[in-house]
Design a protein around this ligand. Sequence first.
Ligand code: BDP
Length: 713
Amino acid sequence: ENGSNGWLRYAPLPDNLRQHASSLALPSAIVTLNSTEASPIQTAGKELAAGIQGVLGRSLQVSHDIATASDLSSSILVGTVATYSSAGYGSLNASSFAADGFWLRVNGSSVTIISQNERGALYGAFEYLSRISQGDFSDVDLLSNPDAPIRWVNQWDNLEGTIERGYAGPSIFFSNGLIVQDLTRVSQYARLLASVRVNAIVVNNVNANPSLLNETNIEGLGRIADAMRPYGVQVGISLNFASPDLLGGLKTFDPLESSVITWWTDKTDELYKRIPDFAGYLVKANSEGQPGPLTYNRTLADAANLFARALQPHGGIVMFRAFVYDHHLDPANWKADRANAAVEFFKELDGQFLDNVVVQIKYGPIDFQVREPASPLFANIPNTNTAIELQITQEYLGHQDHLVYIPPLWKTILDFDLRVDSKPSLVRDIVAGRRFNKKLGGYAGVVNVGTSINWLGSHTAMSNLYAYGQLAWDPTQDSQELLQDWTRLTFGLDQSVVETVSKISMASWAAYENYTGNLGIQTLTDILYTHFGPNPANMDNNGWGQWTHADRTTIGMDRTVSNGTGFAGQYPAELAAMYESVETTPDELLLWFHHVSYTHRLRASGKTVIQHFYDAHYAGAETAQTFVSAWEALRGKVDAERFEHVLFRLKFQAGHAIVWRDAVCGFYHNLSGIPDEAGRVGHHPYRIEAESMALSGYSPVAVALAEMASNST
Ligand code: BDP
C-alpha cells in the first residue's frame, strides 16, 4: 500500500459485504460500444473489469460486439448517445446531456452507462466503481452533468525537472529540458484525474520556458497527449510571452506586430498538427518578472486575443491569468495595495476579450492565503468568461507536511454571494457562466504532483485533489461527504477510520488558520521564498505587497475607501458598505480590511485582537496535538506502511504548530508589550528547549527571528 493508486485501489470488499454481494444478481459481462483502440470508452471497459476483479474477485469479459455479448440484461453496457442508438437500443434525449455528462442506471444486474461524449462514459464507469468499492450495490438512475465545462489542473513543472511549489519530488513530465521517455506515470496521473472528472491539464510552469515550443519538445508534448488521451484528459501548455523573441529570434514580442502574430499562428498550427485535441494556452504576463504586452504599451486583452485568434480555428482556448501585479512595491507606501491590482488591470478591459478567452482568477485578491475574501474581480467583468484558480499544492498551507483539508476554505469562496446589482451572485454561479450568461468558465487547480510514489508526498493530501475535481463538477457537494467517500476509497470501510479521518480533516483548516494567522491577517509566513515556517517580521518589509501593517500599537491593512487603500470599494455596493465599516466586517476578515489597535474588541467574542491572537494560536496548536493521538488509535486498522507515513507527518505538524504558536505569539508580544491574560506567552509551556536536550554534533547559532528559537539561538 504505497499510495500509487490513490483512491482507485479497488481493494477487496470485507467478507460480510462480499457475501452480501454474492447473494445479489450482478452483471456478468461488459459491453463497450466502441472498438477504437485507446478511446475513453475502451478505457472504461478495462477499468470496469479491473475494478470488479479487485472489489469482488470476479472476472468479467469485455466485448465490443453486441451480437456476441452473453445477455444484456446482466451486462454493463457502456456507450455514447450516438453509439447507443446506432446499435439499435433506441434513442435517448440527447439534449439532456451536457458535454462530459453521463447517465448511470443500475437496475439489478443490468448497468447502463451512456454519455454525450466518450470521456463522459468513462466518468460514469468511475462513478459505478466508486459505489461498489464502497459496498453500495443499490439501484440508481442518475443523470449527472458538469456545472462548468472547464475543469483543468495546472502543473508548475519546469523543463529541467524541478517543480515550482512542488512538494513531492521532481517532475513526472520533464527532465533536463526534455519530456521524459517513460510516461507510465503520466498515464496513471491521467487515470486519477479522469476519475474525478478533470478534463484537461496544463503541464508546465506558468513561469514558462520558451524552449518547450521547440520541435523536439512539441513531439514530446504529443507523447504526453497520447498518454493521457485514453483517459479523456486534454493537454495544454503555459506560454512565455516573449517566445517569438527568445525562441524565434524576432527581436520583438509585440502582440500587434505582424511577424509576432505569424510566429504564434504557425506555432499553434504546428502544435495542433501533432496534437489535434490540444486544449489551449495558459498565460502569465507582466507579473513577477514575466514578460508581457505592457512593454509595448499594449493591453492584456491585446495579448490574450493574439492567442485566441491563433487557437480559434482549432477549437482551443486561452486561460489568461488575472494574477498581474507589481512585486517591487515600496513597503513605506502601504496604500499601493497589491490587492487592488487585478481589478485595476482587468475591469477596464471587460468586453474586449474574444469568446475563447477565459480570465483565470485566484480565489482571493492576494495569493492563496489561509483566509482571504473572494476576489472582487469575479464581480467586475460580467462580459468576460472567468475561471477560479484554486491551489491543491499546499504552498502557504504547510506544504504537504501539515494535514490541511482545503475544501472548506474553497467553499467559503465558491458559496460567497457577491451581490452584483444587488442580485444573488455566487462565485460558483459566476464561474459556471450562469450568472452572466457565458458559455465558457470553470475551474483551474494547481496540483504539482511529483515522482513521489504517492503523488503529493502525503497520503492525506490526496483528499484535496479528489475533492477539487468533485467540486469542479458539482460545487454544491458537501466537503465532509466528499472526504468520507475519499477515505473509504483510500483507507477502507472501517467506520472508526472514516470517523477519525473526517474529524481530523474537518478540524484542520481552522486549526491551521489558528496557529498561522488570524482575523484575515494572512498566513504569517516567510514571504520571500519558502512560504513555509513562521516569519511575521518579514510581512511588513517586503516589496511583494503581502503586508500586515503592524506596529507597536496597531495592526491590519486599512483597505477602506475613506481612509485606506480603497480596496473595499472594488466590491458591489452592498459588500463595499459592509467591508467599509469595522462594525459590519466579519471578524475573520477584520485585519484584512481594517487597521485597528491591538486592544480593539472583536464583535463575536468581545476579546481584544491581541488576546484572540494568543488564544487562537494556543488553540490551533493544541488541536494539532490531538491529530496524533487520534491517528494512533487507528493502529492495526490502516495498513502499516501508510499508517506510519501519515503518523510521521502528523507528529511533524504537531511540533511545527508549536513552533508557529510560539513564534507568532512571541513576536506580537514583544512588539505590543501586551501580556497574555492566560500567562502563557513567553513561558512556552509544554515545549522542550534545546538547552535541556542532550545533543551531540550541534552548536548554537543566532536565529534571525528570535521568537522561533530557544533563547534566541
Ligand atoms: C505565487 C507563487 C509563485 C507563482 C505565483 C503565480 O509563490 O511561485 O509563480 O504565485 O501564481 O503564489 O504565478
